[in-house]
Design a protein around this ligand. Structure first.
Ligand code: GDP
Length: 462
C-alpha cells in the first residue's frame, strides 16, 4: 500500500473516527509562534506522536508518565461543520512520510483540529471503568496577532510614540525610510483624507514587512498588518503611528481606526478564541534570532517580553476578557540545532529574555514555564574542529542535497549576551532533512523535549 493510503487509514478510517464521537471534556490548547518559529512542524509532530502514543509506542515518555500510562487510543476527529479552516494533518504528515521526506508546507492563518484521546479509568480498588474520552482542540493562530495584546494597554498616542521611537532606531530606520520620509513631509494638521491614510498605511505595512523579511525583526505591530487573516485588508487597517503634535483630521481618523482595530481584534479573535484557551504555547526561534545578529536578537527579546508581560499577568487579561489561559509555555524551537549540552542554556535564555533577570518566579497570574524543544529531531551530537580545537557540534542530513554534514552552531549564552559576543561573527544553520515518518503511524517522530512540554501543558487534564 502506498504511504498516503496508509496515512489516510491512520487518520480517518478507524471505527471510532467514523462515528466521530467527540468527548464532552475539552482541552483547548492554542499554539502560536513568532513568524517562522516552527509552528506547523510542531503541530504535525504533536499529532504524529500522540497517534503513535495511542498505539502503545513510548514516543512521549514524560506525557505517558504524567498520565500514569493510561492513554489508550488517539485519533484525529474528522471534519464536522466548523466555520474556521482546518489544520490539514493528511498533507502535513504526508510530506514527512514521502520518500525523501519533506518539511510540511507552512500555515499562514488561523486553523483548528480536534484530537480524541481515550484514557483508561479505574476504580480506587483497581477495577476497570469505561474509558474517558477527551477532545484536545488544537488552535493554531499567527503569532503576529499575539503582538496586538500589548496594544490593548496603550492608547493611540502612547502606541504611536513608542512605535515611532523604535522605527527611528537601527536597521528599522533603513527599512522604514520611505514611511519616515512620508511622515516628515506630512503637515501636523493633515486633513482626514483616505488617500493619505491609505498611503501612510501602505508605507508603514511595507516597512513592517521589510523589518521581518530582510532583517529578521519580530516586534511588529499591529499584527494584522502582516497577517490580515481571512477578512483581508479592510479600511479598518488604514492607520499608522503619527508623531507627537499631530492634531488634524488625519490624526483623529488614525486614532479612531486604532481603537476600532483593537475592538475588532477583541470581538473576532480575543473574545471568541483567546479568552477560551485553557492552555497556550508560544514558540520562538531563539537560535535563529541569535544567528541573525544583535539587533534581530534584541528585537525578538523585546517582542517576547512584551507578550510574556501580558499573558503571564493573567489577572489583567482575565479582567479584560473575562478569562485567560491558565498555563502558558514559552518554547525555544529547533533545539536539535545545538548539541545536548547547550540545550539547558537555550531554555535558560528563553526564560531570561521573556521574563528578565528575575525569571518567571517574579510572575503572578498564569502559571508559566520555559522550554527548549525540537519538534522533529534531525541531528545527533558530533564533534567538529574549529581553529584546531574540538568543539561540540551537530550532525544531520542536508535538505538541499541529502549529504551528511557536521555543523558547529556557535555557543548558546544563558542570558542575553554581552556586546563582544557579536564580534565573534555569526553562525548560520542549514536546513536539515527531517527523518521519515513511518506511514503506518505507529512509531511517531523523533523529537527533543516535546513530551516534557506536553506533560507540563496538559498532563494534569488527562
Ligand atoms: P512556521 O512558519 O512557524 O509554521 O514554521 P514551520 O513549522 O513551517 O518551520 C519552518 C522551518 O523550520 C521548517 O521548514 C524546518 O526547516 C525548520 N524546523 C521547524 N521545526 C524544526 C525542528 O524541530 N528541527 C529542525 N532541525 N528544523 C525545524
Amino acid at each position: 500500500m502506498d504511504p498516503l493510503s496508509l496515512l489516510r487509514g491512520v487518520l480517518d478510517t478507524t471505527e471510532d473516527a467514523a462515528r466521530a464521537l467527540v468527548g464532552r471534556e475539552r482541552i483547548r490548547l492554542a499554539v502560536t509562534g513568532l513568524s517562522r518559529a516552527g509552528k506547523t512542524v510542531f503541530l504535525t509532530s504533536l499529532i504524529a506522536n500522540l497517534i503513535a502514543a495511542g498505539r502503545g509506542a513510548r514516543t512521549l515518555p514524560a506525557l505517558s508518565d504524567a498520565t500514569g500510562g493510561r492513554i489508550r487510543r488517539v485519533f484525529v476527529v474528522p471534519a464536522g461543520t466548523e466555520t474556521v479552516p482546518r489544520f490539514d494533518p493528511e498533507a502535513h504528515l504526508g510530506a514527512l512520510a514521502a520518500d525523501p521526506p519533506r518539511w510540511p508546507e507552512r500555515t499562514e492563518d488561523f486553523s483548528t483540529l480536534s484530537i480524541a484521546i481515550d484514557v483508561e479509568r479505574r476504580t480506587s480498588l483497581g477495577g476497570l471503568l469505561p474509558e474517558r474520552r477527551l477532545t484536545l482542540n488544537l488552535i493554531d493562530y499567527p503569532g503576529e496577532w499575539l503582538l496586538d495584546l500589548p496594544m490593548l494597554r496603550q492608547d493611540y498616542a502612547t502606541w504611536s510614540a513608542e512605535t515611532l521611537a523604535r522605527c527611528r532606531r537601527g536597521v528599522r530606520a533603513t527599512a522604514a525610510a520611505g514611511f519616515l520620509a512620508f511622515l516628515d513631509a506630512l503637515p501636523a494638521d493633515a486633513p482626514a483624507e483616505d488617500a493619505l491614510a491609505k498611503r501612510g498605511y501602505t508605507l508603514y505595512r511595507d516597512a513592517l514587512r521589510a523589518c521581518r523579511d530582510a532583517h529578521g525583526l519580530r516586534f511588529l505591530q499591529p499584527g494584522r498588518f502582516l497577517n490580515p487573516g481571512p477578512r483581508g485588508e479592510a479600511p479598518l487597517l488604514w492607520f499608522f503611528p503619527l508623531p507627537e503634535g499631530a492634531r488634524g483630521g488625519l490624526a483623529d481618523l488614525c486614532a479612531r481606526r486604532y481603537a476600532a482595530y483593537l475592538d475588532d481584534q477583541r470581538s473576532t479573535f480575543l473574545d471568541p478564541y483567546f479568552s477560551r484557551f485553557h492552555r497556550q504555547v508560544v514558540l520562538v526561534d531563539v537560535l535563529g534570532a541569535l544567528h541573525a545578529g544583535e539587533e534581530a536578537f534584541r528585537d525578538t527579546g523585546d517582542a517576547l517580553s512584551a507578550v510574556a508581560a501580558i499573558v503571564s499577568g493573567a489577572n489583567w487579561l482575565e479582567r479584560l476578557l473575562g478569562a485567560a489561559p491558565t498555563r502558558v509555555a514559552f518554547a525555544a524551537t529547533k533545539a536539535d540545532h545545538v548539541p545536548t549540552r547547550a540545550r539547558d542554556a537555550l531554555a535558560a535564555l528563553v526564560e531570561h529574555i521573556a521574563f528578565g533577570a528575575r525569571g518567571r518566579a517574579a510572575q503572578s497570574g498564569a502559571s508559566v514555564s520555559c522550554h527548549a524543544v525540537a519538534a522533529i529531531r534531525c541531528t545527533e551530537d558530533a564533534v567538529a574542529r574549529l581553529d584546531g580545537q574540538a568543539v561540540a557540534a551537530v550532525r544531520g542530513v542536508l535538505l538541499q542535497d541529502g549529504r551528511g554534514a557536521t555543523i558547529y552552531p556557535g555557543e548558546v549564552p544563558m542570558k542575553p549576551p554581552e556586546p563582544d559576543f557579536w564580534d565573534a561573527g555569526l553562525f548560520s544553520m542549514p536546513e536539515f532533512r527531517p527523518p521519515r515518518l513511518d506511514p503506518a503511524g505507529s512509531s511517531g517522530m523523533p523529537h527533543l523535549g516535546l513530551d516534557a512540554l506536553l506533560a507540563w501543558l496538559i498532563g494534569d487534564l488527562l
